[in-house]
Design a protein around this ligand. Structure first.
Ligand SMILES: Nc1ncnc2c1ncn2[C@@H]1O[C@H](COP(=O)(O)OP(=O)(O)O)[C@@H](O)[C@H]1O
Ligand SMILES: [Mg+2]
Length: 325
């Protein structure tokens, strides 16, 4: 666990710093003291399950909502909310599409541009670049309502880049996107990275975080529960392998805890009929688990194994899986 309020970076190297951000909706504490920092040129993944507080956190960074307490600093200056001129350095790609269905792609970009005072030739230049980035040059004049989900996502992304921000925040940009558009989005993000942009990427898909991000901040229930590189996170695990067993008819009782306490077994979790076991050594560990289950007449209908990944890290930290429920 990372102590509350601690930053993973030394002062000076970071573009963005969050200090102990808190936000409640009524009695519900959505964000309970989040702190982290992003270095210039870094791609940071904000990874957590639905409801973890990712959108609330990035909406606070982008000045769309104000925190109850805490401080957001961009290059060492505290951000003062929606009208702060520093905000022009940030581009937010919102989780919910912010597009006008009855306007063309080009006219939608004009609306985005107007938010940042872009018009005339500078808008033309920016819009042409954005349409090309989104792979929508030949659809520029078509109404957005004729677009696929993936095309809308790409246009939504392009709109946030029109004013050439240094820090680009993407809130679950691939939800509801076909594989082809997902690849196009990833390639676009890799190109932005190569141009030295700083990216903050929220997702509940750990494969995306593993593929794109230099560093991962894992949030759960409004708190940071880990902040490290992917390699650093998996190195810390007591288990290197996962054994997943589908049980035919799992009995009630505290047997899962008993199983977890066996030597060589780092963790054991049962979610409906799926038993997930963390093992340091796959061979001896699997043998021990299977014979233990056999003795208790707990039948296994399917078995698979996996190498430790971010899912494993999340499971080890929270006892839950990160998947879509
Ligand atoms: N406008 C709102 N009013 C009330 N509750 C909200 C609102 N927005 C988010 N929440 C709640 O705050 C928590 C965090 O939500 P959110 O930041 O959207 O999480 P995430 O983006 O990680 O899925 C959730 O429990 C969600 O239901
Ligand atoms: Mg969200």
């Amino acid at each position: 666990m990372i102590p509350k309020g601690a930053l993973s970076l030394k002062a000076g190297g970071s573009v963005l710093e969050l200090h102990d951000i808190r936000k409640s909706y009524g009695a519900h504490q959505a964000v309970k003291g989040i702190s982290f920092a992003i270095r210039s040129g870094e791609t940071l993944g904000l990874l957590g399950p639905n409801g973890a507080g990712k959108t609330t956190t990035v909406s606070i960074i982008a000045g769309l909502i104000s925190p109850d307490s805490g401080d957001v600093q961009l290059d060492g200056h505290s951000l003062g909310g929606d009208t702060d001129p520093l905000k022009a350095r940030i581009g937010l790609v919102p989780q919910d599409l912010a597009l006008f269905e009855d306007l063309s792609a080009r006219d939608n970009l004009a609306v985005f541009g107007a938010l940042y005072g872009l018009k005339g030739p500078s808008l033309d230049r920016a819009a042409a670049g954005a349409l090309s980035f989104a792979g929508l040059v030949d659809r520029a004049k078509d109404k957005v309502k004729t677009f696929s989900g993936g095309m809308k996502r790409r246009l939504n992304l392009a709109g946030a880049l029109l004013h050439d921000p240094d820090l680009i925040i993407l809130d679950e940009p691939t939800v509801g996107v076909d594989p082809q558009s997902r690849n196009a989005i990833f390639e676009g993000l890799e190109a932005l990275r190569a141009r030295g942009k700083t990216l903050l990427y929220t997702t509940h898909y750990m494969e995306e975080a593993e593929r794109l991000c230099d560093r991962i901040v894992i949030v759960d229930h409004g708190e940071v529960i880990a902040d490290d590189t992917v390699a650093g996170l998996t190195r810390r695990l007591p288990m290197r392998n996962l054994l997943r067993l589908e049980l035919e008819d799992p009995p009630a009782g505290a047997w899962v805890e008993e199983l977890a306490a066996l030597p060589g077994i780092a963790s054991a979790h049962l979610e409906s009929a799926l038993l997930t076991i963390g093992l340091a050594e796959l061979g001896p560990g699997s043998a021990a688990v299977l014979s233990w289950l056999t003795v208790r007449r707990i039948a296994v209908s399917h078995a698979s194994t996996e190498r430790a990944d971010l899912e494993t890290v999340f499971l080890a930290l929270t006892g839950r899986t990160l998947r879509d429920e």
